[in-house]
Structure formats: structure tokens, C-alpha cells
Design a binder for this molecule. Sequence first.
Ligand code: F6P
Length: 423
Amino acid sequence: MKHTGRQNALYAQSGGVSAVINASACGVIETAMRRSRHIGKVYVGRDGIIGALTEDLIDVGRESAATIRALKHTPGGAFGSARFKLKGLEQNRAEYERLIEVFRAHDIGYFFYNGGNDSMDTALKVSQIGESLGYPVTCVGVPKTVDNDLPHTDCCPGFGSAAKYVAVSTREAALDVTSMARTSTKVFVFEVMGRHAGWIAAAGGLAGRKPGDAPHIILFPEIPFEPERFLERAQQCVEEYGYCVVVVSEGAAYSDGRFLAEAGTRDAFGHAQLGGAAPVIANMIRERLGYKYHWAVADYLQRAARHIASKVDVEQAYAVGKAAVELAVKGTNAVMPTIVRKRAKPYQWTIGHVPLSEVANQEKKVPREFITADGFGITAACRRYLEPLIAGEAYPPYRDGLPDYVRIKGAPVRRKLKTTFKV
Ligand code: F6P
């Protein structure tokens, strides 16, 4: 639906944040501010969609240009993010009616939703509310997920930086273990994110270049975990190389689908909170093989690690934010900008787009041909796919020895509605 007059824009962050989600925010905001022929004010939902529902909006026009620019090198979600699932229109009309009420009150005609596959489902539903509730909104999803599991895009902003952190950490920790292995630790287990897709675990594989290099074993969610085969391989590695480095995905699971470790809680989308596969693996090593071990869970460190971000990732994150606005002002509704790989070496990419209906709730897993026949490593094809995504360094500025990250003022937009909404 093409807008004729100038309307305001709303941007919101959603789901787990990343080292570069704010670079996408920067791309959206800077571009929207330049498109003053189409877009009036630029607002952001505080804590994502929750801010939209509760009419808690941030006026980014009251931030300085330097603050907006500095978002590009600041990790986390500068405006707050949320895991909040809007139900279907049939189950919960009230949420959609409230959104429309807030959009109407603030003359919001453009909505940019920055998230992963669950969030693209929410974006799709919001794009449809215009049709059913009589208030047209141009809605464009902005891709983001460290899990790299959105389909129809070469990769997902956030992934390249998490991947780089994991590859670097695997290589560094391996040097530590190998120095001590003769008399002390023989096994190091490193747990990384990626709920149902092993992309981040695969990135750990970039740490090694030749046979015998760490990591010696990668445990993917895509390959059912078989304890006996794993233990046999771990023992072989210790006997052959003197030590063994294992990268385990938090989503690694037994053949019956049970995760190695579930933390016991679930989020708004019904996903199990994961974390704790590494200690389970380490415990097996101790009980069955008796080796001294260390384990680490990269957890938020991997998705917050802006100090070691991939330059390509930062550039792509900004580009999808910018493209989202350009698509919206052309009147393209219900789409998500994608990253299109034009050439593998040297890596060349451009921006395309895909209907939200094709990405909502879809998960792209690591294909079998990217995993070695034994299920414990990455193939040359996988390496060729991953390498460009971690390429280049985009260091943040430093002050007093620490990255100089920005905090927004977060000035609220004056509320217009008399009614409140409880979420
Ligand atoms: O956004 C994806 C992700 O980083 C997953 O890899 C991880 O399982 C999850 O988010 C953690 O989410 P939360 O921070 O809500 O516990």
C-alpha cells in the first residue's frame, strides 16, 4: 500500500539481541531521518513491541546525531528488546486493536521490526492488521539473529560477529589447553548458542586449519548425540594429539529429541531455555574417561562481543536497516531485506528482499553437506560459506582501556491515549 502523505515511523527490536542489532537500528534511523519527504518523526518502541502496546515510545529525534552514529559500534539492544509473541487475530484481537490505536494516535504509517524468525511472524501479522482493522501500515522486517537460521538470506546480521568470537575463542582456548595437557587439563568443552541450528557451533570449526587442530569434535543439533561414539572419539583425540577440544551447541540433542541440557524455563514462544550442555559433556568425560577437563559456556559473551565484531557483519547489519526504510518508502509492504551472495571469493554481496510470509517461523539448519561424514566436523564447503562472514575487524573506539559504548537518552514521546494497556 503506497502512502501519499508524510507519516511517522516506528522501529522496534525483538528477541535475543546481538553485537550489531544497534547497527541495524542506526541504518533504519539515519535513513528514515533523511527520508523526510515520506517520513515525519522517527520513534522507537521501548522494550520492543511492549513499548508499542503500552504507548511507551522513544523520540529518537531528541538524540544527537553522534549518539545515533555511535549505535553502530554499541552492542546489546539500545532501546530494549522483548520476547513477546502476538497471538493470532482470532485468539487475541485486543493486542492488535491496541497496536492500531497507538499507531493511529501517533500517526505511525511505517513499522520496522528487527528480529529473527518468530519476530518475522509478528511482523507479518502486524502487516496484515492494516487490512483487517482499516489502518494501513507499511511493515518491513529487519533480519537479525545470531543463530543464523532465517531462510532466503545468505546470513543473518549478528551471526558473523558471534561466529568470529567463537572461532577466536576456540583457537585461543585450544592454545591454553595444549600447553597444559601433559600434566593437567586434557579436555576443554566450549558451549555455544544456536537453539536448533548449529551455525555458531560450525563457526568454532574455523579455528582449526589442518587435521589434528582444535576443535577436534563439534556437536551439532543437526546430528543426534550418541554418547558412546562421542566418548570413543574424545579418547582417540587425547591419545593421538594429547588433548581434545569440543565445541558443543546448546541445541545438541539425543536421537529422541531431548536436549542434552534444558534449563527448565520456557520463553513466550514456548522455546526451552537452553544452557548447560557443556557441563553434561564434561561430566561424561570425567565419569567415563577420567580426564581432567575445563568447560565454558559462551552464553551472552558471544552475542555481545562487539569488541571482536566482524566488519562484514557490521556493514550488513547497517545495510539491511537502510534497505528496510528504502523499501518502505517505495510502498513495499510485508517484506524482509535479505543478503544475497553474489560471489564467494572475494566475497561480494548485495541486498534483496523476500515476502515475510516466506520467512516467518522458518528455520534454516546446517545442511548435511556442511558437516563431515562422521558428524563431528565441518566440510570445506562449510568453511567456504563461513569464512567471508567473519572477515575484517570493526573495532569500537576505546577510552581508558575499554570500548566506548553509547547510552541513549531515551526521551519519551508524550502519551496521547487516555487508556493504558497491560502486557
Ligand atoms: O536469539 C537467539 C538466542 O540467542 C539463542 O541462541 C538462545 O538460545 C536464546 O537466544 C537465548 O535467549 P534469551 O536471552 O531470551 O534467554
